[in-house]
Write a protein that binds this ligand. Structure first.
Ligand SMILES: Nc1nc2c(ncn2[C@@H]2O[C@H](COP(=O)(O)OP(=O)(O)OP(=O)(O)O)[C@@H](O)[C@H]2O)c(=O)[nH]1
Length: 617
C-alpha cells in the first residue's frame, strides 16, 4: 500500500482513541534509531527495498557520526484486534547536549519506551531521560534491547530496570532492534498500555509548535502536535505569540515522507506549510490557532534553553558576513537552542558571539553552517558565562573574555553543574581523582547493584565541557557514563589571561581560566604562536599576561626578507612584479600592531583539536 493510500483510511482527522503518541528514550548508542528502523519496516511505512540504516537520521552529519541530533516524528499504522491505530513515534537524540530536543519531544507524547542495552545496563542518560519522562507524566514501557548479543544479560538488567521504575522484572520487554525479535510485541504493548491523547475536539484549535525547518522550495515547514480542535487546509491560522495570520496551504503527516491530509485533529502530530519565508514567523513553543474561531489562551510553551558555552564565529572571508547572518537565522529555526549576536574582534573582524548547549552542539552548528550554507568559519576559544561583581556592586555578565572588566573586582562567579557518573565500582578511585583535579566536590554515592555505582558530584561547568568526558572514558576503559544539569553558580578564583604580540593585546586569544591554570594556558598559547607566526623584520615578543603581570614569554627572532635580493642589476618590471606579489601575500595577513599574522595562524591557534577542546561523543 502506498503512503497516500494508507492515510486515505482516515480522510479527516483520526479519532483520538485510535492515536498513540510515544517516544523512545535511551542512553546514547543503546539502539533507539535501530529500533525505530525496525518499527518503520514492520508497520510497512518503509518497504524493505527503500530501507536504509538509521532511516530517520536525515542529516548527513547524523549518519556519518551515527548519532541522532534532531528529533523526528513519524506516523505508523498498526493493526490490533481488527482496529487500525495511528502510532506517532518521535525519535530523540541521546547526547546530553541535546536534552532540550528530548524534553520538547516528551511534551508531545503520552508515553515513552525506555530502552536499555541488555549488555550494558542502566547508564547516566537512561536516568536523566527517565526523570524527564516522569516529570512529563508519561506512561513508561521498560524495554531491554540487543538481546541477540552474546554478552546480553537481560535477566540481570531487567531486575535493575524494574527496581528503578518500580515494576515487576517480568514486565520489562525484551527485544532486538537488529533482528526484529520482540518488536511486534512491543508495538502491541504500545497500543495497549499507552493512554490515547485527550483534548476537546469542539474547542477552538490549539496546536503546539515543537519544531520547524526551512525548505528552499516550500518555505517554513512547521511541526505541530494538536491539543484541542482541528486544523484544516485552506483555513486561516494565527500564531498566538506574534498574532501573525497565514493561510494553511498544506497540512499533513510524516509517514515517512510528508503526506498531505485533509486535516489534523486532537492528539495528532503533523506538519503545516503556509508559504511563509520569514523564519521568525514560526517560533518553537508557540501555539497555532484558527483565525475564524481563535483560542483565548495559549498553551504552556517550553522553557527557553539556556546556552552554556559561548564562542565567536567569524567568516574566514570577511565578505561572507551577511551570508553568515542569514545562515544563522535559518539554522536557528531548526535549532531553537542556538543564540547569537553580532560582535567584532580587532583580530578577526565582524562575526557573531554564539551560545551553545555544549561543545558537541558547537561543533555540529559549525559543521552545519559550513556544509549546508557553504561558509568557511573560524571559531574562537569556547568559554562559559561568568558573573563579575565589582566593588561598587555593579554586576557584569561576561560571555566573551574581552568583556572581562578592568578595575576593582569583588568576586567572579562561574556556573556549576550537578553531575551524575555511573560506572563499575572498581573505578571509584580513578573517578574521584579525576573529579578532584577538576575542582569537583562529591555530593553522594549509591550502589545500583553490587558492582555498579552512581556517583554525584558538583563540578564547575568550565571544567566539564572540555575534555572531562574523554578523560573519564579513558580512565574507566570506556565503562563510565556521564550526565549533568546546571546547578547555579559559585565564587571562584578566576583570572583573565591576555596574549600580547609586541605589547599589543590580541583579543581572540584571551581566556578566562582558574588562577592555577593561568600559567599553563599562557605557556601553551605563547609556544603555539611562536610556531605559527612567521618571522618578521624585527623581533616579536609573545607574552602572556594576567593584568599587568607577565606570566610567560617567547620570542620570534627577526629576519629581513628582501624579495629583491636575487634581482641584481635587473630590469625594473621584474622588480615591480615581485613587489606586487609580496603585496598580494600581505592581503591575507592581519596586522596586530606592526606584526603581520597570517589568517592561518589564527585558525591553527584556535583550532579545537589542539587546545584540548575536543567535543565528546
Ligand atoms: N547486536 C545488536 N546491535 C544493535 C542492536 N540495536 C542497535 N545495535 C547497534 O548499536 C549501535 C547503536 O545503535 P543506534 O540505533 O545508532 O543507537 P542510538 O541509541 O539511536 O544512538 P543515538 O541516536 O546516537 O542516541 C549501532 O552500532 C547498532 O548497529 C541490537 O538489537 N543488537
Amino acid at each position: 500500500m502506498s503512503p497516500r493510500a494508507r492515510t486515505a483510511l482516515h480522510p479527516h482527522a483520526t479519532p483520538p482513541e485510535l492515536i498513540r503518541n510515544f517516544c523512545i528514550i535511551a542512553h546514547i548508542d543503546h539502539g533507539k534509531s535501530t529500533l525505530a528502523d525496525r518499527m518503520l519496516q514492520l508497520t510497512g511505512v518503509v518497504d524493505d527495498r527503500s530501507m536504509r540504516a538509521q532511516y530517520l537520521d536525515r542529516m548527513d552529519i547524523e549518519r556519518e557520526r551515527g548519532i541522532t541530533i534532531k528529533s523526528q516524528a513519524v506516523r505508523m499504522p498498526w493493526e490490533l484486534d481488527g482496529t487500525t491505530y495511528a502510532l506517532n513515534m518521535i525519535d530523540t537524540p541521546g547526547h546530553v547536549d541535546f536534552t532540550y530536543e528530548v524534553s520538547r519531544s516528551l511534551a508531545a507524547c503520552e508515553g515513552a519506551v525506555l530502552l536499555v542495552d541488555a549488555a550494558q545496563g542502566i547508564e547516566a542518560q537512561t536516568l536523566a531521560n527517565l526523570y524527564l519522562a516522569m516529570e512529563n507524566d508519561l506512561t513508561i514501557i521498560p524495554v531491554l534491547n540487543k538481546i541477540d548479543l552474546p554478552a546480553a544479560q537481560p535477566e540481570k538488567y531487567a531486575a535493575e530496570l524494574a527496581g528503578l521504575i518500580g515494576v515487576d522484572p517480568q514486565d520489562c520487554l525484551k527485544v532486538s532492534g537488529k533482528t526484529g525479535e520482540g518488536v511486534e510485541a512491543l508495538l502491541e504493548q504500545i497500543v495497549r498500555q499507552l493512554p490515547p491523547p485527550v483534548g476537546d475536539p469542539d474547542a477552538p484549535a490549539r496546536a503546539m509548535i515543537f519544531d520547524s525547518v526551512y525548505d528552499t522550495y516550500r518555505g517554513v515547514v512547521t511541526y505541530v502536535r494538536v491539543i484541542d480542535g482541528n486544523l484544516n487546509p485552506r483555513e486561516r491560522i494565527v500564531m498566538m505569540s506574534t498574532k501573525a495570520q497565514h493561510e494553511l496551504l498544506e497540512i499533513g503527516v510524516i509517514s515517512p515522507e510528508p503526506v498531505p491530509s485533509k486535516g489534523l485533529g486532537v492528539g495528532e502530530v503533523g506538519y503545516l506549510i503556509t508559504g511563509v519565508k520569514d523564519v521568525r514567523q514560526s517560533r518553537v513553543g508557540d501555539t497555532v490557532t484558527n483565525a475564524g474561531k481563535p483560542a483565548t489562551k495559549a498553551l504552556g510553551g517550553y522553557r527557553d534553553p539556556k546556552p552554556m558555552v559561548f564562542s565567536g564565529l567569524y567568516p574566514i572571508d570577511g565578505s561572507d558576513y551577511p551570508d553568515l547572518r542569514e545562515a544563522l537565522d535559518k539554522l536557528k529555526l531548526n535549532d531553537a537552542a542556538l543564540v547569537y549576536e553580532p560582535e567584532t574582534s580587532a583580530a578577526l573582524g565582524f562575526g557573531f558571539r554564539c551560545g551553545f548547549l555544549g561543545l558537541l552542539h558547537l561543533e555540529i552548528v559549525r559543521e552545519r553552517l559550513e556544509r549546508e550554507f557553504g561558509l568557511d568559519l573560524i571559531s574562537t576559544q569556547p568559554n562559559v558565562v561568568y558573573q563579575v561583581t565589582m566593588e561598587d556592586d555593579t554586576v557584569v555578565t561576561v560571555t566573551n573574555p574581552s568583556e572581562f572588566p578592568h578595575g576593582k573586582i569583588a568576586e567572579v562567579r562561574e556556573p556549576i553543574v550537578r553531575a551524575t557518573i555511573l560506572a563499575p565500582s572498581e573505578f571509584i578511585g580513578a573517578i574521584m581523582e579525576l573529579c578532584q583535579g577538576k575542582r569537583g566536590s562529591l555530593r553522594g554515592m549509591d550502589y545500583l547493584s553490587e558492582d555498579r555505582v552512581e556517583m554525584r558530584y558538583t563540578l564547575p561547568l568550565a571544567e566539564i565541557v572540555f575534555d572531562f568526558f574523554d578523560q573519564l572514558k579513558s580512565r574507566t576503559r570506556g565503562y563510565a557514563s556521564l550526565d549533568y544539569e546546571p546547578d547555579g553558580e559559585q565564587v571562584a578564583d578566576l583570572v583573565k589571561v591576555d596574549i600580547l604580540l609586541q605589547g599589543e593585546q590580541v583579543d581572540a586569544f584571551s581566556a578566562i581560566v582558574h588562577k592555577d591554570k593561568a600559567y599553563g594556558y599562557g605557556v601553551m598559547m605563547a609556544g603555539k604562536l611562536k610556531e605559527l607566526i612567521p618571522r618578521q623584520q624585527f623581533e616579536v615578543p609573545i607574552q602572556a599576561a594576567v593584568g599587568a603581570r607577565i606570566i610567560a614569554r617567547e620570542n620570534i627572532r627577526a629576519i629581513r626578507k628582501d624579495v629583491l635580493a636575487k634581482c641584481y642589476g635587473g630590469d625594473i618590471t621584474r622588480k615591480r612584479k615581485l613587489l606586487e606579489k609580496q603585496k598580494e601575500g600581505k592581503k591575507r595577513m592581519k596586522m596586530v600592531g606592526r606584526v603581520e599574522v597570517p589568517q592561518e595562524a589564527f585558525i591553527a591557534a584556535l583550532s579545537s583539536d589542539d587546545n584540548g577542546a575536543k567535543a565528546k561523543k
